[in-house]
Design a protein. Structure first.
Length: 326
C-alpha cells in the first residue's frame, strides 16, 4: 500500500489524486496510522490545495476516521479545527463523535459547522458537548434555545456570559427559570444589550415553584406509616405518578423534597443519582427515575454518567451529600 507521504497533490491531476487517496483508505490495515499520515499531509499542504484537492482529503479522511481509535480521532479533530479551510464533511463527522475529546475542539472552534449539525448535537449529546457549543464565538438563536432548555448549570452560565450567543426571549426565560446561580445570571444579563431595565428585573425575580399536590402528599404519608418500600416508588413511576415517587424518594434519602425535585429537573444526572444512592435503591430504580425525567430520553453518555455517580459513593456518603445543610 502506498504511504500517505507518497501523495503529491501539487503534481497529480485532481481525479488521479482522489483515486489514490480513496484506494489507500480502502486498503489500509492500520487505519489510525494511515489517518495520522494523511492528516499530517493535509496540514502541511493546506495553504496550496485547491477546493477539489481539499474535497479529496475530505472523502478519504472521512473513510479513515471510522476505523481509527479515539486518540487518532482526537488528534485529527485538533488539526482540522486549526485549518482555515477545514474539510466540511469530516468536520461534521467529528463534531458528532460521541467521545468528548474528539468532538469538543470542533464544536467549540470550527466555524464551518452548520447550525443543523450543532442542533443535532445539542439535542442528543451530554453536557460536555453542550458546553463546547455554548463557548462558540457565535451561537444562533435556535441553537441557544436548545442549550438553554437542556444544558446543566455550567452550560447555562457559559451561554448567558457569551456575548456572541443570540439569546431569544424564550431562551432568557428558560435561563431565568432554571439557573440556580442568580449572581451569574445577573452578570450575564447586565452585559447583554437590548434588554430594558424592567425586563432584566423580571428575569431576575425568584421563580416560584409549586409544591407537590395534596393528593400526592397524603398518598406518600400513608405509605410511610404502613412501611414505604422501593416497590412503591417503582409502581408510582410506572403509573406516571412522579410527584409521589419524588416525595417517597426524598423520605428514603433523608433529604428535603425540594432537593429531590431539583435533582429530577436538572439536565445533568449526577444529582439524581446521588439522591437515589442515598435512598439505598437499586441501580435499576435509578434507571426508572431517569426515564421519568422531563425532556428527551437520556443519551448513553448521560446514563453512563449517572451510573458512574451512583457507584462512586457509598450510601452513607451520598446521604451526607444530600442531607439538609446547617
Amino acid at each position: 500500500m502506498a504511504s500517505a507521504a507518497a501523495f503529491r497533490p501539487d503534481r497529480r491531476p485532481p481525479a488521479a489524486f482522489l483515486a489514490d487517496l480513496v484506494e489507500a483508505a480502502e486498503q489500509a490495515v492500520d487505519a489510525g496510522r494511515t489517518l495520522d499520515g494523511v492528516a499530517d499531509l493535509l496540514v502541511a499542504r493546506a495553504d496550496g490545495l485547491s477546493a477539489t484537492q481539499v474535497g479529496a482529503f475530505d472523502e478519504v479522511l472521512t473513510v479513515l476516521v471510522e476505523g481509527a481509535g479515539t486518540g487518532s480521532r482526537g488528534r485529527l479533530a485538533r488539526q482540522v479545527t486549526a485549518l482555515a479551510r477545514p474539510p466540511r464533511k469530516l468536520a461534521r463527522r467529528l463534531a458528532c463523535d460521541p467521545e468528548a475529546s474528539v468532538a469538543v475542539p470542533v464544536l467549540a472552534r470550527c466555524a464551518a459547522l452548520p447550525d443543523e449539525v450543532l442542533l443535532r448535537v445539542a439535542r442528543n449529546r451530554g453536557p460536555v458537548h453542550l458546553a463546547a457549543i455554548a463557548r462558540r464565538e457565535t451561537v444562533a438563536a435556535r441553537v441557544a434555545d436548545v442549550l438553554a432548555d437542556r444544558g446543566d448549570e455550567a452550560v447555562m452560565g457559559t451561554l448567558v456570559a457569551n456575548r456572541g450567543a443570540q439569546l431569544s426571549l424564550s431562551a432568557l426565560t428558560l435561563l431565568s427559570a432554571r439557573m440556580e446561580d442568580r449572581d451569574r445570571l445577573a452578570a450575564g444579563l447586565a452585559a447583554r444589550g437590548g434588554l430594558l431595565p424592567r425586563q432584566r428585573d423580571a428575569l431576575l425575580r425568584p421563580v416560584a415553584r409549586p409544591g407537590p399536590p395534596r393528593r400526592a402528599v397524603e398518598a406518600v404519608a400513608l405509605r410511610v406509616r404502613l412501611g414505604l418500600e422501593e416497590a412503591d416508588l417503582r409502581s408510582w413511576l410506572a403509573h406516571g405518578r412522579t410527584a409521589e415517587a419524588l416525595l417517597g424518594l426524598a423520605h428514603l434519602a433523608g433529604c428535603p423534597p425540594e432537593r429531590a425535585e431539583a435533582a429530577h429537573r436538572a439536565p445533568a444526572p449526577r444529582a439524581l443519582a446521588l439522591v437515589v444512592r442515598a435512598a439505598d435503591l437499586r441501580l435499576s430504580t435509578l434507571g426508572a427515575y431517569l426515564r421519568a425525567r422531563p425532556g428527551p430520553t437520556p443519551t448513553a453518555e448521560a446514563a453512563g454518567a449517572a451510573v458512574q455517580a451512583y457507584r462512586s459513593v457509598t450510601v452513607a456518603q451520598a446521604r451526607a451529600l444530600v442531607a439538609p445543610q446547617g
